[in-house]
Design a protein around this ligand. Sequence first.
Ligand code: ZN
Length: 369
Amino acid sequence: MLDLFLTKNPKHQAILIVTASLILLTITVLLGYAFFLKGPTKHDAKKDKNFVTVPALVGKGMYVAKKKVESAGLKFEVDQWVNSKVYPIKHVISQKPLPNIKVKKGSRVIVNVSGGKDYYSENAIRQQSAVNNENLKPLPEPPIQPRLALIGRVVVIDPGHQRKTDLTKEPIGPGSKIMKVKNPGGTLGTVSKVPEYELTLSIAKKIRERLQMRGVKVVMTRESNDVDIGNIDRARIANNAKAELFVRIHANGDSNAEKSGISTLYPALNEWTAPIYDKSLKAAKIIQKSLIETTKQNDLGIVARNNMTGFNWSKVPVVLIETGFMTNPKEDVLLNSPNYQDHLAKAISDGIIKFLQTYPPRDRIFNSQ
Ligand SMILES: [Zn+2]
């Protein structure tokens, strides 16, 4: 080899040049590869902080699945309960996104959950009652078990207000000449400086989560603060969803900073509310009781209201919960604590469930025909 470097033989020189070139090329490739490899690795590590792997959920119990999703830094959401012969009740049957995919932290993982083999969709029940109405031979009774009575039942949650105030007016009831502002701004936390629309949305989301875990289908009038929906619009969302209960979440404000406590409003009996009066009153009583038992806050009772646009346009039972006074320093701090919001959400969703279980599931379907 040494001879080769020292040689003056042209043949040997040629070999030398080729060998040297090959070595140089190899070094270049290796260095380049090492550099290239190092670059993206650093980049990936940086990306990894914001991206997490979606866990595999199919076949798992929904509570286990929820824990897995949340400990991965993701949000768990139940979309639908469906009939399943394969998966036992309350087990995940499908998920989106699929497992092992990298997604941004905080993303939603949406699952469908088994209602068991005896769970019939609302459509099946609707079809059957249609057949009954036409005096045809009835189909066999769909076996709805009492413990499944919550699955697929519809509740609309309305987080009060929105970022944008809208001072245009709308009639307080169908055909009414009395007009009220579409979107008054709502109140503001005296200590927290949190606007009412933010508070109501975070409480509403917690209620939705609890109801969904029990199989209730939840429709939200809004999921963002940047919407423009008046009180007629909100009532229409509940009407179109054929909600069994329309639950409006608000917080109170008063010039007296001492004033505190929880109240539940319901529609007074008037020209518009007769068909929904009884059930609304019932819901108000149940929910207010549940709220006071859970939170131990000052009980301001249930209050009948005649002039609320969102009540008078509603064709479904409706209540409005004043969760507390944001103008009271103590209550404002309380209302903005996530733990207290959990208590409120539990009290309200327990109340809603108790109300739903007071009436058989098909009641609503027959009434709405
Ligand atoms: Zn309000």
